[in-house]
Write a protein that binds this ligand. Structure first.
Ligand code: ATP
Ligand code: FE
Length: 365
């Protein structure tokens, strides 16, 4: 079985061909990060235009690198939600054209399901397992009981950690620093934080009084904003210039994010162990999504998994951020399980399916 995966949900045009063993036959990606950094955020119509300009060559490059012709594919899998509607539309339109031309099955993919299952490319992880998804648009803890069967334990009540880190990086004007000008906000903060002392700033830890597994990052964003404004005044630095204490702020923000994520995950692990969702033989915490590429956050989570006798598994950094491989792999998983495959897409107006998430009733725990 060979599946072509196509991803255009946000600002990366990506594709890959993966077989049923998880071997990556070929892949290609075009990142729009640099363009969007310059405009201070993603403008959907600009993202759409860039996807349109790149999708054909990205898919052709992928097929060429794979040594596979469209006729040899078993199916085409494409992200259909969640994401920017204009961006998703480009991938969907191109994919439908391809499957109709070559008479191939089409597998619509939920982007977060793909992030959650990525680990199964590289590690033998059986269901159920606990997953923490931390990215630019999401923050959630769930028990993955099957390919499309998620039991939701908690989620962010406001913004996602990647979004917070992107905003802080922008507020600190890191784009103006040659070393960070091409990096995503989260990556720039991680690098800058290495030179800082987190103890120079003390941010309040969100939701410490809440006995559940939800997350919150917007209070932290407001607090960071306030500190930066105050420091700009103190240092006599104009807004948009880099503060001398930027590295300390980056380190403190990263630490607060890591610690908040770790505490909520600790609660989730204890809940799962008490309720029998995680047994000693399958005590696995999978962490995925763009923010999971952060090594400081990984190390903080490792303290939690060690203390609770769990195993921490993260996909390689390259597979944490958006890519075509995870989409193709999700297609392989669905194809093998006979799930969500569309054989006739003629005249299809695709109604995206919801990720099956049932609340686990953790609030009373
Ligand atoms: P979602 O998956 O929720 O739809 P997305 O697809 O836009 O969102 P991803 O590509 O999964 O997001 O992740 C991108 C996010 O990850 C960005 O916010 C980016 O700042 C963050 N990120 C990338 N590398 C790192 C890092 N090393 N440390 C922290 N955050 C990072
Ligand atoms: Fe993503």
């Amino acid at each position: 079985k060979l599946v072509l995966g196509i991803e255009t949900s946000c600002d990366d045009t990506a594709a890959a061909v993966v077989d049923e063993t998880g071997s990556i036959l070929g892949e290609a990606i075009h990142s729009q990060t640099e363009v969007h950094l310059k405009t201070g955020g993603i403008i959907p119509s600009v993202a759409q235009q860039l996807h349109r300009e790149n999708i054909e060559q990205i898919v052709k490059k992928t097929l060429c690198a794979s040594g596979v012709t469209p006729n040899e594919l078993s199916a085409v899998a494409t992200t259909v939600k969640p994401g920017l509607a204009l961006s998703l539309g480009v991938g969907l339109e191109y994919s439908l054209q391809l499957v109709n031309q070559y008479k191939k099955p089409f597998i619509p993919i939920h982007h977060m399901e793909a992030h959650a299952l990525t680990i199964r490319i590289t590690n033998k992880v059986d269901f159920p397992f606990l997953v923490l998804l931390v990215s630019g648009g999401h923050c959630l803890l769930a028990i993955v009981q099957g390919i499309s069967d998620f039991l939701l334990l908690g989620k962010s009540l406001d913004m996602a950690p990647g979004d917070l880190l992107d905003k802080v990086a922008r507020r600190l004007s890191l784009i103006k620093h040659p070393a960070y000008s091409t990096m995503s906000g989260g990556k720039a903060i991680e690098h800058l934080a290495k030179q800082g002392n987190r103890l120079h700033f003390d941010f309040q830890h969100p939701l410490h009084y809440c006995r559940n597994c939800n997350f919150s990052f917007s209070g932290l964003q407001t607090a960071v904003d306030k500190i930066i404004t105050q420091k700009e005044k103190e240092e006599g630095v104009e807004k948009g210039h880099i503060l001398s204490c930027a590295a300390d702020i980056a380190a403190a923000v990263q630490h607060t994010v890591a610690s908040h994520i770790a505490k909520r995950t600790h609660r989730a692990i204890l809940f799962c162990q008490q309720r029998g969702f995680l047994t000693p033989s399958n005590a696995i915490l999978v962490v995925s999504g763009g923010v999971a590429s952060n090594l400081y956050i990984r190390r903080t989570l490792e303290i939690v998994t060690r203390a609770t006798n769990c195993v921490l598994l993260c996909p390689p950094v390259k597979l944490c951020t958006d890519n075509g491989i995870m989409i193709a792999w999700n297609g392989v998983e669905r194809l093998r399980a006979g799930l969500g495959i569309l054989y006739n897409t003629e005249g299809l107006r695709y109604e995206p399916k919801e990720l099956t998430v049932k609340p686990a009733g953790i609030a009373s725990y």
